[in-house]
Design a protein around this ligand. Structure first.
Ligand code: AMP
Length: 188
């Protein structure tokens, strides 16, 4: 099973990725987590990424494509994976296509901007993520609309897009996700 998760920041991609990971026994690759880890370690990648992340901007394609490309080569990816937060631009999607990995579903989670901003302010209180303050969150949402949303059309054209309204409770959204994947009758 090879999945891509799309959707604005705060829509609940990470939570759904975790549930999909448990259900299908596949690896979750969150580029946001990988970058936060690199920043915490103070590695060269972290130093490169930090300024962009703090501003709520995307790390340049050539940086992230290299990181993900390397990750895709690891042995634990062979059984399947969930890409959470990648690709984020059409350039990244094109780079992924060149790797010839066959994607089964692109799960696109949708919710109104006001709802995701509310969720992000709740998350800031719990996790104190630096890029979750309201101004940066609004910036990230703007970046999503301008740079990532074009991927919805990109993947719709490939026939892989499954859209899921992510406004309901976590378990309900998960059931809708399984249904969208054609796995609807399987209980979690
Ligand atoms: P996330 O946790 O997925 O919201 O990512 C947090 C931040 O990491 C983003 O605002 C970007 O600065 C950076 N980032 C994560 N994934 C990508 C990506 N695929 N391309 C570029 N930047 C990314």
């Amino acid at each position: 099973m090879h999945l891509i998760l799309l959707g604005p920041p705060g829509v609940g991609k990470g939570t759904q990725a975790q549930k999909l990971k448990e259900k299908f026994g596949i690896v979750q690759v969150s580029t946001g987590d990988m970058l936060r880890d690199a920043v915490a370690k103070g590695s060269a990648l972290g130093k490169q990424a930090k300024t962009f992340m703090d501003r709520g901007e995307l790390v340049p394609d050539e940086v992230i494509v290299g990181v993900v490309g390397e990750r895709l080569e690891s042995a634990d990816m062979k059984r399947g994976f969930i890409l959470d937060g990648f690709p984020r631009t059409v350039g990244q999607a094109e780079a992924l296509k060149k790797t010839n990995v066959k994607i089964d579903h692109v799960l696109c989670f949708t919710a109104p901007d006001e709802l995701v901003l509310d969720r992000i302010s709740g998350r800031q209180k719990q996790e104190s993520r630096q890029d979750d303050d309201l101004d940066t969150a609004k910036k990230r949402l703007g970046v999503y609309h301008s740079q990532t949303k074009p991927l919805v059309d990109y993947y719709r054209q490939t026939g892989l897009l499954r859209e899921i309204r992510a406004t309901a409770a976590i378990d309900e959204v998960f059931q809708m996700t399984l249904q969208a994947m054609g796995e609807g009758s399987v209980q979690s």
